[in-house]
Every structure is written in structure tokens, then in C-alpha cells.
Design a protein around this ligand. Sequence first.
Ligand SMILES: [Zn+2]
Length: 230
Amino acid sequence: MRRVPTVVIDPGHGGADPGAISQDGVYEKEIVLATSREFARALAARHTYRVVLTRSTDEFLPLRKRVACARACKADLFLSLHADTLPDPGVRGLSVFTLSAQASDREAAALALGENRADLVGGVKLSREPRDVGKILLDLTRRETSNLSITLARDLIAQLGREAVLLDRPQRSADFAVLTAPDIPSALVELGCLSNTAERRLLQQPAYQQRLARGLVRAIDMFFASHGSA
Ligand SMILES: [Zn+2]
């Protein structure tokens, strides 16, 4: 039987950490949890994925635990959902982040020192290999993951661009700790700007959350159809 891909959806923030807050008191943690639930529901309804949420309630979850959750359930793909505030209230739009190359080097270096190094590279027992071989294998895995993450980001922009306004240069990279699993294609979606009144109103609406969820589902389908044979 063909293995069903596991998609981990990570609603940002939660509990004591509200994330971004709009001027009129709308919390990022609530917007992203509601949208993540819609996304999880729509994705599960396809019956072609195993869907896991890192949190399904208003609880605090450290970044490391989110990555650990993805690795523990052998995720084929990891998506973290957020919404931000920008200094200019006139600016609105969605953007997608992948890990910047520098951050991914540093994280991988730290991980390589850990004792769980072996299970990072699909079943290859690195501990039995000479040191350099282990490092090369980890490096190859990381590079492949980075390429797949960029493909995933492109698919997300293509599909979400049909549902939402995009920021200028919507595809970006940054040092997000939550994107550092060396072996799981990962992206972080900033769904919109809570600092923009029109977009903040939209983000609160279930109908708009469902629209975003539909775009996210199409992007996941697109990713696995063309590149995601795990
Ligand atoms: Zn956030």
C-alpha cells in the first residue's frame, strides 16, 4: 500500500504568547488557529493526507517543540501559519518564508553534534560511518530539503495568490527557528497584515479563512503531485 504523506500544520504562537496584536486588539494567535483548523479540515477531507496540528487549542508551545512534533510524526511537509503587523498601516498582503541558507547551516551544525544525528538522514546509520561521510550525507539532505522548501514556497505563492493580495516580493527567507528541521520541507506563511484595517477584517472572517484554506490545500496537492514523492 502506498504511504500517505503526513502534513504538519503549525498555528503560530498561543497561550501566553499572543503573537502580533492589531490596534483594536485582535490577536494573531486566534486568527492563525482558526485558519489552521479550516486548513486541517479541508486537507483531511481530501483523504490523501495524514494531517497533524502542532496545537489545536490556545496553548503555549515552544518553537523547538513544534519542530520536534514534526520530526516525531515523520512529517513529509511542515507549514507554520502566522499573521504580522507592519509599521505602515497602508501595506497589506500575504508572504511566504523559507529558512535562509545561513540559518540552516548553523542549525544543521548544532544538530550534527547531537546524538540523534543518525535518524536525520533517512535510515542511514551515520554513527557507523566515518565522520566526514556523516557530514556529507547531512549536507546533501539539507540541500535537498532546502530546494524542496523553495519549491513549496513557489506553489504556495502561486495558489494563495489566487485567493489573497500578495506583498511585494512575496517569497522571502529568514532565520525562523521553526523552519530548521534539516529533513522536512518547511515554509512559514504570513497570511496577512493585522496592521491594515481591511485585511485585519478579512482575516477574522470564516469565509476568508476558508478561502485561504482552499488555496493552501491546492498548493499542497501541487507540491506532492510534482515533487513530493517521499
Ligand atoms: Zn507570528
